[in-house]
Ligand binder design. Structure first.
Ligand code: SAM
Length: 397
Protein backbone atom coordinates (compact mmCIF):
# COMPACT_ATOMS: atom_id res chain seq x y z
CA UNK A 1 0.00 0.00 0.00
CA UNK A 2 2.78 2.43 0.91
CA UNK A 3 6.54 2.48 1.26
CA UNK A 4 8.97 4.91 2.81
CA UNK A 5 12.40 5.76 1.41
CA UNK A 6 15.08 8.23 2.47
CA UNK A 7 14.61 11.67 0.88
CA UNK A 8 17.21 13.15 -1.49
CA UNK A 9 17.80 16.78 -2.51
CA UNK A 10 15.62 16.05 -5.56
CA UNK A 11 12.65 15.78 -3.13
CA UNK A 12 12.96 19.09 -1.27
CA UNK A 13 10.39 20.97 -3.37
CA UNK A 14 7.91 18.10 -3.02
CA UNK A 15 8.51 17.88 0.75
CA UNK A 16 7.69 21.56 1.19
CA UNK A 17 4.62 21.32 -1.04
CA UNK A 18 3.15 18.24 0.64
CA UNK A 19 3.68 19.75 4.08
CA UNK A 20 1.93 22.92 2.96
CA UNK A 21 -0.96 20.95 1.40
CA UNK A 22 -1.45 18.92 4.60
CA UNK A 23 -1.31 22.02 6.83
CA UNK A 24 -3.69 23.94 4.56
CA UNK A 25 -6.20 21.04 4.59
CA UNK A 26 -6.21 21.23 8.39
CA UNK A 27 -7.12 24.96 8.13
CA UNK A 28 -4.10 25.89 10.22
CA UNK A 29 -2.50 28.64 8.09
CA UNK A 30 -2.49 32.21 9.44
CA UNK A 31 -4.29 34.91 7.41
CA UNK A 32 -0.99 36.72 6.69
CA UNK A 33 0.81 33.51 5.67
CA UNK A 34 3.67 34.28 3.20
CA UNK A 35 3.62 31.18 0.99
CA UNK A 36 6.72 31.80 -1.23
CA UNK A 37 8.91 32.69 1.77
CA UNK A 38 7.63 29.67 3.73
CA UNK A 39 8.26 27.25 0.82
CA UNK A 40 11.80 28.58 0.31
CA UNK A 41 12.57 28.30 4.02
CA UNK A 42 11.15 24.77 4.22
CA UNK A 43 13.22 23.65 1.20
CA UNK A 44 16.41 24.97 2.85
CA UNK A 45 15.52 23.22 6.10
CA UNK A 46 14.80 19.94 4.24
CA UNK A 47 18.22 20.17 2.54
CA UNK A 48 19.85 20.59 5.97
CA UNK A 49 17.84 17.69 7.41
CA UNK A 50 18.99 15.38 4.59
CA UNK A 51 22.61 16.23 5.50
CA UNK A 52 22.00 15.93 9.27
CA UNK A 53 23.19 12.52 10.61
CA UNK A 54 21.03 12.96 13.74
CA UNK A 55 17.75 12.69 11.84
CA UNK A 56 16.22 10.67 8.99
CA UNK A 57 14.02 12.44 6.48
CA UNK A 58 11.78 10.17 4.38
CA UNK A 59 9.41 10.39 1.46
CA UNK A 60 6.22 8.35 1.82
CA UNK A 61 5.22 6.79 -1.50
CA UNK A 62 1.74 5.47 -2.18
CA UNK A 63 1.07 3.40 -5.31
CA UNK A 64 4.52 4.40 -6.58
CA UNK A 65 3.97 8.17 -6.27
CA UNK A 66 5.32 10.59 -3.66
CA UNK A 67 2.52 11.33 -1.21
CA UNK A 68 3.98 12.34 2.14
CA UNK A 69 6.84 13.35 4.38
CA UNK A 70 8.20 11.68 7.50
CA UNK A 71 11.04 12.74 9.78
CA UNK A 72 12.37 10.45 12.52
CA UNK A 73 15.30 10.78 14.96
CA UNK A 74 16.78 7.81 16.75
CA UNK A 75 18.92 7.96 19.89
CA UNK A 76 19.83 5.24 22.42
CA UNK A 77 17.11 6.76 24.70
CA UNK A 78 14.17 7.12 22.29
CA UNK A 79 12.73 7.01 18.81
CA UNK A 80 11.33 10.47 18.01
CA UNK A 81 8.68 11.12 15.40
CA UNK A 82 9.59 14.67 14.40
CA UNK A 83 6.93 15.07 11.73
CA UNK A 84 4.49 13.22 9.50
CA UNK A 85 2.50 14.95 6.78
CA UNK A 86 0.39 13.08 4.25
CA UNK A 87 -1.19 14.66 1.18
CA UNK A 88 -4.94 15.22 1.80
CA UNK A 89 -5.78 12.87 -1.11
CA UNK A 90 -4.34 9.87 0.72
CA UNK A 91 -5.49 10.71 4.24
CA UNK A 92 -8.02 8.51 6.08
CA UNK A 93 -6.69 5.34 4.44
CA UNK A 94 -4.88 4.07 7.53
CA UNK A 95 -1.42 4.98 6.18
CA UNK A 96 -0.54 7.35 9.04
CA UNK A 97 -1.67 4.73 11.57
CA UNK A 98 0.39 2.03 9.83
CA UNK A 99 3.53 4.21 9.84
CA UNK A 100 3.16 5.10 13.52
CA UNK A 101 2.40 1.48 14.45
CA UNK A 102 5.60 0.42 12.66
CA UNK A 103 7.54 3.04 14.65
CA UNK A 104 5.96 1.70 17.87
CA UNK A 105 7.20 -1.79 16.95
CA UNK A 106 10.66 -0.40 16.26
CA UNK A 107 10.75 1.42 19.62
CA UNK A 108 9.52 -1.74 21.38
CA UNK A 109 12.28 -3.75 19.67
CA UNK A 110 14.92 -1.42 21.11
CA UNK A 111 13.16 -1.14 24.48
CA UNK A 112 12.82 2.66 24.20
CA UNK A 113 9.81 5.02 24.10
CA UNK A 114 8.41 6.64 20.94
CA UNK A 115 8.12 10.40 21.45
CA UNK A 116 6.49 13.17 19.46
CA UNK A 117 5.24 16.74 19.74
CA UNK A 118 1.76 17.74 18.63
CA UNK A 119 0.54 21.32 18.13
CA UNK A 120 -2.18 22.18 20.62
CA UNK A 121 -4.32 23.55 17.74
CA UNK A 122 -4.28 20.17 15.94
CA UNK A 123 -6.97 18.09 17.72
CA UNK A 124 -7.26 15.53 14.90
CA UNK A 125 -3.61 14.52 15.21
CA UNK A 126 -3.91 14.46 18.98
CA UNK A 127 -6.94 12.15 18.80
CA UNK A 128 -5.03 9.78 16.50
CA UNK A 129 -2.05 9.65 18.89
CA UNK A 130 -4.29 9.06 21.90
CA UNK A 131 -6.05 6.25 20.04
CA UNK A 132 -2.64 4.68 19.42
CA UNK A 133 -1.84 4.79 23.14
CA UNK A 134 0.25 7.99 23.43
CA UNK A 135 -0.08 10.06 26.59
CA UNK A 136 0.89 13.66 27.26
CA UNK A 137 4.12 13.89 29.23
CA UNK A 138 4.85 17.63 29.01
CA UNK A 139 4.61 20.88 27.08
CA UNK A 140 6.98 22.53 24.63
CA UNK A 141 5.84 26.06 23.61
CA UNK A 142 2.65 25.74 21.57
CA UNK A 143 3.00 21.97 21.45
CA UNK A 144 2.25 19.06 23.78
CA UNK A 145 4.91 16.40 24.22
CA UNK A 146 3.45 12.89 23.93
CA UNK A 147 5.01 9.51 24.49
CA UNK A 148 4.23 5.86 23.92
CA UNK A 149 6.12 2.92 25.39
CA UNK A 150 5.29 -0.74 25.59
CA UNK A 151 5.92 -0.71 29.35
CA UNK A 152 3.49 2.20 29.87
CA UNK A 153 0.89 0.43 27.74
CA UNK A 154 1.20 -2.83 29.72
CA UNK A 155 1.10 -0.84 32.97
CA UNK A 156 -2.16 0.76 31.86
CA UNK A 157 -3.60 -2.63 30.91
CA UNK A 158 -2.30 -4.59 33.91
CA UNK A 159 -2.82 -1.79 36.42
CA UNK A 160 -3.09 -1.89 40.22
CA UNK A 161 -6.82 -2.58 40.11
CA UNK A 162 -6.47 -5.52 37.70
CA UNK A 163 -3.45 -6.84 39.62
CA UNK A 164 -5.37 -6.82 42.89
CA UNK A 165 -8.30 -8.69 41.38
CA UNK A 166 -6.11 -11.14 39.37
CA UNK A 167 -5.51 -13.73 42.07
CA UNK A 168 -8.43 -16.04 42.88
CA UNK A 169 -6.77 -18.50 45.29
CA UNK A 170 -8.10 -22.04 44.92
CA UNK A 171 -10.45 -21.03 42.12
CA UNK A 172 -10.38 -21.05 38.27
CA UNK A 173 -6.80 -20.82 36.97
CA UNK A 174 -5.65 -20.85 40.63
CA UNK A 175 -7.38 -24.14 41.47
CA UNK A 176 -5.36 -27.15 42.58
CA UNK A 177 -6.76 -29.05 39.55
CA UNK A 178 -5.04 -26.58 37.22
CA UNK A 179 -1.91 -25.72 39.17
CA UNK A 180 -1.07 -29.22 40.46
CA UNK A 181 -0.48 -30.81 37.03
CA UNK A 182 1.08 -27.57 35.69
CA UNK A 183 3.71 -27.48 38.40
CA UNK A 184 4.44 -31.20 38.22
CA UNK A 185 4.91 -31.13 34.45
CA UNK A 186 7.08 -27.99 34.50
CA UNK A 187 9.24 -29.40 37.30
CA UNK A 188 9.82 -32.55 35.19
CA UNK A 189 10.71 -30.48 32.12
CA UNK A 190 13.16 -28.34 34.16
CA UNK A 191 15.05 -31.59 34.66
CA UNK A 192 16.81 -30.50 37.84
CA UNK A 193 17.83 -27.08 36.50
CA UNK A 194 16.61 -23.49 36.91
CA UNK A 195 13.38 -22.20 35.38
CA UNK A 196 12.57 -18.77 33.95
CA UNK A 197 8.98 -17.59 33.54
CA UNK A 198 8.32 -15.01 30.83
CA UNK A 199 5.50 -12.64 31.92
CA UNK A 200 5.50 -14.03 35.44
CA UNK A 201 2.56 -11.84 36.52
CA UNK A 202 1.56 -12.27 40.16
CA UNK A 203 3.38 -15.61 40.37
CA UNK A 204 0.34 -17.84 39.87
CA UNK A 205 2.62 -20.63 38.59
CA UNK A 206 6.04 -19.38 39.75
CA UNK A 207 5.19 -19.37 43.47
CA UNK A 208 3.99 -23.03 43.67
CA UNK A 209 6.76 -24.13 41.27
CA UNK A 210 9.36 -22.50 43.51
CA UNK A 211 7.72 -24.10 46.58
CA UNK A 212 7.95 -27.45 44.74
CA UNK A 213 11.73 -27.01 44.76
CA UNK A 214 12.50 -25.59 41.31
CA UNK A 215 14.51 -22.31 41.41
CA UNK A 216 12.40 -19.80 39.42
CA UNK A 217 13.25 -16.36 38.01
CA UNK A 218 10.98 -14.11 35.98
CA UNK A 219 10.50 -11.26 33.52
CA UNK A 220 7.49 -8.96 33.91
CA UNK A 221 6.48 -5.65 32.33
CA UNK A 222 3.75 -4.54 34.73
CA UNK A 223 4.89 -2.95 38.00
CA UNK A 224 1.50 -3.59 39.60
CA UNK A 225 1.52 -7.33 38.80
CA UNK A 226 5.07 -7.55 40.14
CA UNK A 227 4.05 -5.74 43.32
CA UNK A 228 1.33 -8.33 43.83
CA UNK A 229 3.88 -11.13 43.37
CA UNK A 230 6.02 -9.47 46.03
CA UNK A 231 3.25 -9.98 48.60
CA UNK A 232 3.87 -13.74 48.16
CA UNK A 233 7.60 -14.13 47.41
CA UNK A 234 10.59 -11.84 47.94
CA UNK A 235 13.23 -10.98 45.36
CA UNK A 236 15.68 -13.49 46.78
CA UNK A 237 13.23 -16.37 46.43
CA UNK A 238 11.95 -15.36 42.98
CA UNK A 239 14.18 -12.74 41.29
CA UNK A 240 12.35 -10.81 38.56
CA UNK A 241 13.72 -8.49 35.88
CA UNK A 242 11.34 -5.69 35.06
CA UNK A 243 11.21 -5.62 31.26
CA UNK A 244 9.88 -6.97 27.99
CA UNK A 245 10.00 -10.75 27.51
CA UNK A 246 10.94 -10.20 23.85
CA UNK A 247 14.16 -8.38 24.78
CA UNK A 248 15.01 -8.39 28.53
CA UNK A 249 17.97 -10.43 29.77
CA UNK A 250 17.94 -12.29 33.08
CA UNK A 251 21.30 -13.22 34.63
CA UNK A 252 22.26 -16.87 34.58
CA UNK A 253 21.43 -19.92 32.50
CA UNK A 254 18.26 -22.01 32.58
CA UNK A 255 17.12 -25.49 31.57
CA UNK A 256 13.51 -24.32 31.21
CA UNK A 257 11.82 -21.14 30.00
CA UNK A 258 8.02 -21.17 30.11
CA UNK A 259 5.32 -18.79 28.89
CA UNK A 260 1.83 -19.83 29.91
CA UNK A 261 -1.79 -18.70 29.94
CA UNK A 262 -1.79 -17.55 26.28
CA UNK A 263 0.62 -14.72 27.06
CA UNK A 264 2.78 -14.94 23.91
CA UNK A 265 -0.31 -13.51 22.19
CA UNK A 266 0.13 -10.30 24.24
CA UNK A 267 2.96 -9.51 21.83
CA UNK A 268 1.02 -7.90 19.01
CA UNK A 269 3.34 -8.41 16.04
CA UNK A 270 4.90 -11.48 14.47
CA UNK A 271 8.28 -9.77 14.75
CA UNK A 272 7.97 -9.44 18.55
CA UNK A 273 6.72 -13.01 18.89
CA UNK A 274 9.74 -14.31 16.95
CA UNK A 275 12.01 -12.10 19.11
CA UNK A 276 10.42 -13.72 22.18
CA UNK A 277 11.43 -17.20 20.93
CA UNK A 278 14.95 -15.93 20.28
CA UNK A 279 15.07 -14.42 23.76
CA UNK A 280 14.01 -17.75 25.26
CA UNK A 281 16.76 -19.52 23.29
CA UNK A 282 19.49 -17.21 24.54
CA UNK A 283 18.56 -17.91 28.18
CA UNK A 284 18.73 -21.69 27.77
CA UNK A 285 21.60 -24.11 28.11
CA UNK A 286 22.04 -26.71 25.31
CA UNK A 287 19.10 -29.13 25.31
CA UNK A 288 17.02 -26.58 27.23
CA UNK A 289 13.25 -26.35 26.75
CA UNK A 290 10.81 -23.56 25.97
CA UNK A 291 7.21 -24.39 26.97
CA UNK A 292 4.25 -22.48 25.61
CA UNK A 293 0.62 -22.73 26.67
CA UNK A 294 -1.63 -21.20 24.03
CA UNK A 295 -5.19 -21.40 22.80
CA UNK A 296 -6.04 -22.50 19.27
CA UNK A 297 -7.64 -19.60 17.35
CA UNK A 298 -11.37 -20.18 17.09
CA UNK A 299 -11.86 -19.06 13.51
CA UNK A 300 -13.99 -22.13 12.72
CA UNK A 301 -16.56 -20.83 15.20
CA UNK A 302 -16.86 -17.38 13.60
CA UNK A 303 -20.32 -17.05 12.03
CA UNK A 304 -20.34 -15.51 8.53
CA UNK A 305 -20.15 -11.69 8.69
CA UNK A 306 -19.99 -11.63 12.52
CA UNK A 307 -16.35 -11.46 13.64
CA UNK A 308 -16.91 -12.49 17.27
CA UNK A 309 -17.14 -15.61 19.40
CA UNK A 310 -18.54 -16.12 22.90
CA UNK A 311 -15.87 -18.05 24.77
CA UNK A 312 -17.61 -18.28 28.16
CA UNK A 313 -21.17 -17.44 29.19
CA UNK A 314 -21.27 -18.28 32.92
CA UNK A 315 -23.39 -16.64 35.61
CA UNK A 316 -21.31 -13.58 36.51
CA UNK A 317 -18.78 -13.81 33.65
CA UNK A 318 -18.94 -13.51 29.87
CA UNK A 319 -15.96 -13.69 27.53
CA UNK A 320 -16.45 -12.22 24.09
CA UNK A 321 -13.61 -12.32 21.53
CA UNK A 322 -13.73 -9.97 18.54
CA UNK A 323 -11.52 -10.91 15.59
CA UNK A 324 -9.69 -8.89 12.95
CA UNK A 325 -8.70 -11.75 10.66
CA UNK A 326 -6.74 -9.49 8.31
CA UNK A 327 -4.38 -8.32 11.06
CA UNK A 328 -4.54 -11.65 12.89
CA UNK A 329 -5.67 -9.76 15.99
CA UNK A 330 -8.30 -10.58 18.58
CA UNK A 331 -9.57 -8.45 21.45
CA UNK A 332 -10.84 -10.38 24.47
CA UNK A 333 -13.66 -8.63 26.32
CA UNK A 334 -14.05 -9.98 29.84
CA UNK A 335 -17.34 -8.91 31.44
CA UNK A 336 -17.71 -9.54 35.18
CA UNK A 337 -21.06 -8.82 36.83
CA UNK A 338 -23.18 -9.63 39.86
CA UNK A 339 -26.89 -9.53 40.57
CA UNK A 340 -27.45 -5.91 39.47
CA UNK A 341 -27.23 -4.28 36.06
CA UNK A 342 -23.64 -3.02 36.41
CA UNK A 343 -20.73 -4.90 34.81
CA UNK A 344 -16.96 -4.55 34.88
CA UNK A 345 -15.14 -4.81 31.55
CA UNK A 346 -11.48 -5.76 31.04
CA UNK A 347 -10.27 -5.76 27.43
CA UNK A 348 -6.97 -7.24 26.25
CA UNK A 349 -5.58 -7.18 22.71
CA UNK A 350 -3.80 -10.25 21.30
CA UNK A 351 -2.16 -11.54 18.13
CA UNK A 352 -3.42 -15.08 17.65
CA UNK A 353 -1.10 -17.81 16.35
CA UNK A 354 -1.81 -21.16 14.71
CA UNK A 355 0.25 -24.07 16.08
CA UNK A 356 2.02 -24.36 12.70
CA UNK A 357 3.10 -20.69 12.78
CA UNK A 358 4.29 -21.16 16.35
CA UNK A 359 6.42 -24.13 15.24
CA UNK A 360 7.97 -22.01 12.49
CA UNK A 361 8.81 -19.25 15.00
CA UNK A 362 10.46 -21.90 17.15
CA UNK A 363 12.41 -23.18 14.18
CA UNK A 364 13.69 -19.65 13.41
CA UNK A 365 15.11 -19.53 16.94
CA UNK A 366 16.80 -22.95 16.67
CA UNK A 367 14.17 -25.08 18.48
CA UNK A 368 12.39 -28.25 17.42
CA UNK A 369 9.01 -29.38 18.69
CA UNK A 370 9.52 -32.10 21.31
CA UNK A 371 5.85 -32.63 22.23
CA UNK A 372 2.40 -31.09 21.95
CA UNK A 373 -0.46 -32.05 24.23
CA UNK A 374 -3.93 -30.67 24.88
CA UNK A 375 -3.27 -30.00 28.58
CA UNK A 376 -0.79 -30.38 31.43
CA UNK A 377 -1.74 -34.02 32.04
CA UNK A 378 -0.55 -34.98 28.54
CA UNK A 379 -3.98 -35.54 27.01
CA UNK A 380 -3.65 -36.14 23.26
CA UNK A 381 -3.81 -32.97 21.14
CA UNK A 382 -6.48 -33.33 18.43
CA UNK A 383 -8.13 -31.17 15.77
CA UNK A 384 -10.78 -30.25 18.36
CA UNK A 385 -8.44 -29.31 21.23
CA UNK A 386 -9.11 -25.72 22.32
CA UNK A 387 -5.54 -25.16 23.48
CA UNK A 388 -2.14 -26.79 23.65
CA UNK A 389 1.00 -27.18 25.69
CA UNK A 390 3.91 -27.16 23.25
CA UNK A 391 7.40 -28.11 24.37
CA UNK A 392 10.26 -26.85 22.18
CA UNK A 393 13.81 -27.97 22.67
CA UNK A 394 17.26 -26.71 21.69
CA UNK A 395 19.78 -29.20 20.31
CA UNK A 396 21.73 -30.90 23.13
CA UNK A 397 25.09 -29.45 22.00
C1 SAM B 1 -2.46 -13.35 31.64
S1 SAM B 1 -1.19 -12.66 32.63
C2 SAM B 1 -0.25 -14.11 32.93
C3 SAM B 1 0.58 -14.02 34.18
C4 SAM B 1 1.17 -15.34 34.64
N1 SAM B 1 2.10 -15.86 33.67
C5 SAM B 1 0.07 -16.37 34.91
O1 SAM B 1 0.12 -17.44 34.32
O2 SAM B 1 -0.79 -16.07 35.72
C6 SAM B 1 -0.23 -11.76 31.45
C7 SAM B 1 0.98 -11.06 32.03
O3 SAM B 1 1.86 -10.80 30.98
C8 SAM B 1 2.52 -9.56 31.24
N2 SAM B 1 3.09 -9.09 29.99
C9 SAM B 1 2.42 -8.74 28.86
N3 SAM B 1 3.27 -8.42 27.88
C10 SAM B 1 4.53 -8.59 28.40
C11 SAM B 1 5.82 -8.44 27.86
N4 SAM B 1 6.00 -8.03 26.61
N5 SAM B 1 6.87 -8.71 28.65
C12 SAM B 1 6.70 -9.10 29.93
N6 SAM B 1 5.49 -9.25 30.50
C13 SAM B 1 4.41 -9.01 29.73
C14 SAM B 1 1.41 -8.72 31.83
O4 SAM B 1 1.92 -7.60 32.51
C15 SAM B 1 0.73 -9.73 32.72
O5 SAM B 1 1.32 -9.76 33.99
Amino acid sequence: MYRIRLATVADVVFLAEVTLAATRAQGRLAADFDEPAWLAGFETWSRESIEDPATDLYVVEVDGSRAGRLRVSRTPEAVELNGIQLHPDIQNRGIGTAIITALQSEAARYGVPLKLNVERDNPNARRLYERLGFTKTGEDGAEDVMQWSKAAEQNRLWNADVAQRYDTPGDGMFSADVLGPTVERLAGLADGGRALEFAIGTGRVAVPLSEYGVPVSGIELSDAMLEQLRTKADAETIPVVSGDMATARVPGEFTLVYLVYNTISNLLTQEEQVACFRNAARHLSPGGRFVIELWVPELRRLPPSLPATVGVADPGYILLDTYDVLKQHVVSHHFHFGEGTEAQLFRSPHRYIWPAELDLMAQLAGFTLESRHADWTNTEFTADSPSHISVYRLPPT
